[in-house]
Design a protein around this ligand. Structure first.
Ligand code: PGA
Length: 244
């Protein structure tokens, strides 16, 4: 455990490149790697950069396995809002990661019981090498909504009003945002060998400063990255860091 390594980048393009460098460093290491990729807008440019590197032959993703970070509940499998579909379009297909190398969060039946099994299997398979996270304006990581403590497990959650309002921009209106979800818990995320947190835009200024400079605690779940077990890289664009 150590201080997060903070890098302030000039713009979205620089953020995408710096993030891709971190991912490539993990992927190009010897042996299989397990990556948890966030959905959301912030990492999209980085996934495009990784796909371009792969197309050029600079990145070999054959040893990459993917574990899903979060998902809405109560959707039909082919619902346009499913985060699995988002991950498929932005990560799995561009990086040529086949279904046999993807662990999808449970969404049917007794979801909390299935989540406990999912987390045990994740631990048994060696845990997470790299988790790529965005930052919610309410401080969430994945759907670990405030309050979430560092020992929180993979589980079902009710989304907060903040998250529903923020996610309305993906789906049209707040009425279109599901209210329940499933998320990897902070416990397995904070035990990853490497965490990379990506933060962009002036709307994230207050929360990124609270997460990195305010008190560590369950009211700002992202603050727990400062107590993560592995190494932590925080890539922030200037707009988010300076707030302008
Ligand atoms: P965003 O989402 O990248 O679309 O801003 C971040 C989050 O809610 O975790």
């Amino acid at each position: 455990m150590g201080e997060p390594h903070l890098v302030v980048l000039d713009d979205a393009r620089a953020l995408a490149r710096a993030g891709a460098d971190v991912v490539a460093g993990v992927v190009n290491a010897d042996g299989p790697v397990t990556i948890v990729p966030a959905t959301g807008e912030t990492p999209v440019g980085m996934y495009e950069e990784l796909a371009a590197r792969r197309a050029r032959g600079d990145l070999d993703t054959r040893d990459v396995s993917i574990v899903q970070l979060d998902e809405y509940l109560g959707l039909e499998p082919d619902d346009r809002r499913a985060l699995f579909g988002w991950m498929k379009r932005t990560v799995l297909e561009p990086l040529a990661v086949g279904a046999e190398r993807v662990a999808r969060l449970p969404t049917e039946g007794d979801v909390d019981a299935a989540c406990a099994i999912f987390e045990r299997e994740l631990d048994a398979s060696g845990g997470i090498d790299l988790v790529i996270l965005g930052l919610g304006t309410n401080g969430h990581l994945g759907f670990n909504e405030p309050p979430s403590d560092a020992s929180s497990v993979t589980r079902t959650v009710d989304l907060t009003a903040d998250t529903i309002a923020a996610n309305a921009r993906y789906w049209g209106s707040e009425r279109d945002v599901p209210t329940r979800a499933v998320t990897l818990g902070l416990r397995p995320l904070l035990e990853a060998r490497h965490i990379m947190l990506l933060v962009a835009g002036a709307s994230k200024h207050t929360i990124v400063r609270r997460a990195l400079e305010g008190p560590v605690g369950e009211d700002v779940p992202a603050s727990f990255v400062r107590e993560a077990r592995g190494s932590v890289t925080v890539l922030v664009d200037r707009a988010a860091w300076e707030g302008e």
